[in-house]
Design a protein around this ligand. Structure first.
Ligand code: HDE
Length: 712
């Protein structure tokens, strides 16, 4: 890379930020004004005829302040209402010329600015982050050739095959209209009535009820473009393509009990996690991958590659990693950026094109349509977060909230008065030429016979799950369908999923109090796709969060060494105690408890550590909250560590069937099912290694099913 290139690319990365900068205001040291910039002397009292008299209409400051407030809300998104955004950049690894002419996928030195919005689908804007749901993962690339939006989800398939079913599906899953219950949940009659009337949903239900439905973090979530697109190269050669985001930290999930508790303890859990990570400089990274299928291979699969209820198993169509996205800047203003961002799967650039996937085709209509209402008119592309960096030139004019001041008399095309400006571009000049796919057919309202198999990939997914993942799916059925009131619908669920796997259906029936299938069934699919199991993901302790429980008289050496070890492993710690403030150790050193039982609980952490110090541990043993901390951490299969007398707390809590360091054991480290203990030592280096390793494992599922106790 020569110096020029370097400086160009650096400039490009900053371009969106520079553009946004023109709209940013800090109000630091300014005088308060009206929207007409007239200075205001008092904003606490309205203008009255006498101190106890009526407010006067001429109080323009009151009128303006109140009117603006009255109009502050805009409609929330009809789906994906709750979301959270961040800025960053994307860099391609190597030129993708062979496959696509998209300019932002050619030069590894160019950092293309991006804005990403993560979301849940069903809940309203104020709903909890950790509900069971699909997560949206929408990325706007501000490329030199215009905006490209990759509007993805964290599951690779969808509930339905044809977009015309989307309003029905969304009506069924949203709160029931007569009483608006339940919020942000699929656990109700109308949804399962819909599911059992549409067997095409079977595969997506398996994903939704799997651990994918409750991600640990937006930073630990895969993204999938779902629909089949096309890559088109300079020569006009096209390939079918599916897009993937793979998180560098691996794909990890919460367990259901934890997700439910978090919804109450910290409804902002996922947005806070993202915000804090970026704030601390731990920039989330995602690799962009593509699966490609040549046009002449279209019919070589035992599923239709245009069917959005099917994924392309990575073992059959490998994912080629083509670049990486880094999120390195938090938004300045939630409303201006996250709330006003308008994504659209039809925002493509030359080199990326559509397929006839019927879900995609319908999506192409819906997004602009809904944004016209939500953002109040046809000029929402001018809102700073939506504005391309590339220049916008056309003859569109007027409409609500027009910002651009188009000069001159001409606003039509072609024109002679302005020498036909702005003039259509040729292919060579970067004009978008639609892929010249040959299309012919009779007008029919029909679905292709190749879309008829609704179960085989659902079986494939089930076969790919580990024992723990399978157990979580069954438990999720018990919760979701257990909440359904109509017994016939419950029975229909069992009967429908008997087509996926007889054993699964039998287990579902057990928890629902309905009949197990008389003839346990399933498809004839026996293979699996290891890539879809989260057991096979990347594991890392980096950016994880551990709670350290202390009381007066704690062992300072145990804590300080542990904290140093965590820091060097990239792990964060909170000191938790009954009360906030300074806590004194057995050797008179002080540490500040930055969290108390009142302000935090075990579900906020990835792991727990209990240091020694007899006086401290004796007190902890009398605290119900300390035992709850241990029990929840254990039940949620998270790593537990204890040194010296700290182990005593585990012994009086519900840590069952685990080998722990005994009081007489001399410096021997015991690691059993993610519980790491040691006694009678001050040298803790090896203990720290074991603990960080247990933390990197994310969860220790072998603990589940201990005397029937399960967390999921
Ligand atoms: Fe969306 N979807 N969707 N969707 N979608 C919207 O557009 C729609 C689908 C996705 O952070 C809406 O601006 C139809 C699949 C994301 O702002 C709406 C169909 C995938 C987001 C809409 C689908 C998505 C949306 C609501 C076909 C994964 C949030 C607000 C049946 C690839 C974007 C809005 C953001 C948002 C329609 C299916 C992803 C109503 C008709 C499949 C991530 O236009």
């Amino acid at each position: 890379m020569d110096e020029n290139q370097q400086s160009n690319s650096t400039n490009y990365e900053n371009k969106k930020d520079e553009q946004l900068e023109q709209n940013r205001v800090d109000h630091q040291g300014d005088k308060l004004t009206t929207n007409q910039a007239v200075r205001v002397t008092n904003t606490d009292d309205s203008l009255k005829a006498g101190e106890r008299g009526p407010t006067l209409m001429e109080d323009f400051h009151f009128r303006e302040k109140m009117t603006h407030f009255d109009h502050e809300r805009i409609p929330e998104r009809v789906v994906h209402a709750r979301g959270f955004g961040a800025h960053g950049y994307f860099q391609v690894y190597e030129p993708m010329k062979e496959f696509t002419k998209a300019k932002f996928l050619q030069d590894p030195s160019v950092k293309t600015p991006v804005f990403v919005r993560f979301s849940t689908v069903v809940g309203s804007r104020g709903s909890a982050d950790t509900v069971r749901d699909v997560r949206g993962f929408a990325t706007k690339f501000y490329t030199e050739e215009g905006n490209y939006d990759l509007v993805a989800n964290n599951m690779p398939i969808f509930f339905i095959q044809d977009a015309i079913k989307f309003p029905d599906m969304v009506h069924a899953i949203k709160p029931e209209p007569h009483n608006e219950i339940p919020q942000a949940s699929a656990a109700h009659d109308t949804f399962w009535d819909f599911v059992t009337s549409h067997t095409e949903t079977a595969h997506m239900i398996m994903w939704l009820l799997s651990d994918r439905g409750i991600p640990r973090s937006f930073r630990m979530m895969e993204g999938f473009g779902v629909n089949t697109f096309r890559f088109v190269n300079e020569q006009g050669k096209a390939r079918f393509v599916k897009f993937h985001w793979k998180p560098v930290l691996g794909t990890h999930s919460l367990v259901w009990d934890e997700a439910q508790k978090l919804a109450g303890k910290d409804p902002d859990y996922l947005r806070r996690d993202l915000w804090e990570a970026i704030d601390m400089g731990e920039y989330p990274e995602f690799e962009l991958g593509v699966q490609m299928i040549d046009e002449d291979q279209e019919f070589n699969f035992d599923f239709d590659i245009l069917d959005p209820t099917k994924f392309w198993p990575e073992e059959q169509v490998p994912v080629k990693m083509i670049g990486k996205m880094t999120l390195n800047k938090n938004q300045d203003n939630f409303f201006a950026e996250t709330e006003q961002a308008a994504f659209h799967p039809g925002h493509v650039v030359p080199g990326i094109d559509f397929s006839n996937d019927p879900l995609l085709q319908g999506r192409l209509f819906s997004y602009t349509d809904t944004q016209l209402l939500r953002l109040g008119g046809p000029n929402f592309h001018e809102i700073p977060i939506n504005r391309p960096i590339a220049p916008v030139n056309n003859n569109q004019r007027d409409g609500f909230h027009r910002m651009t001041i188009d000069r001159g008399a001409v606003s039509y095309s072609p024109n002679a008065m302005r020498y036909n400006s702005p003039e259509p571009a040729t292919d060579q000049e970067g004009g978008f030429t639609h892929y010249a796919e040959k299309v012919e057919g009779q007008k029919v309202r029909k679905r292709s016979a190749s879309f008829q198999d609704h179960y085989r990939q659902a079986t494939l997914f089930w076969n790919s799950m580990s024992q723990a993942e399978k157990m979580h799916i069954v438990k999720a059925f018990h919760f979701e369908v257990g909440k359904v009131k109509d017994k016939q619908i419950k029975q229909r669920v069992v009967d429908m999923f008997n087509n996926v796997d007889g054993n699964l259906a039998t287990q579902i029936a057990q928890g629902l109090g309905v009949n197990p299938p008389t003839n346990p069934g399933g498809t004839n699919v026996t293979d699996s796709s290891p890539a879809v199991s989260q057991e096979n993901t990347i594991r890392s302790a980096k950016t994880r969060k551990v709670a350290i429980l202390i009381e007066q008289g704690f062992n300072y050496n145990d804590v300080s060494q542990f904290m140093t070890a965590l820091t060097s492993a990239g792990v964060h710690a909170d000191i938790v105690s009954k009360n906030l403030g300074m806590i004194t150790s057995s050797d008179n050193q002080q540490l500040e408890a930055n969290k108390s039982y009142a302000t935090t609980t075990a579900v906020m952490y990835d792991g727990l550590f209990i240091p020694g110090g007899k006086t401290a541990v004796d007190q902890l043993m009398t605290h119900k909250e300390a035992k709850d901390f241990v029990n929840d951490t254990f039940a949620h299969a998270k790593p537990l560590g204890a040194t010296n007398e700290g182990v005593d707390l585990l012994q009086v809590a519900d840590v069952k069937n685990v080998v722990l360091a005994e009081p007489q054991s001399q410096a021997q480290i015991y690691t059993d099912m993610g519980v790491v203990t040691v006694r009678n030592t001050t040298d803790l280096t090896a203990f720290h290694h074991e603990y960080v390793d247990a933390l990197a494992q994310h969860r220790h599922w072998m603990r589940e099913n201990q005397d029937g106790k399960m967390s999921g």
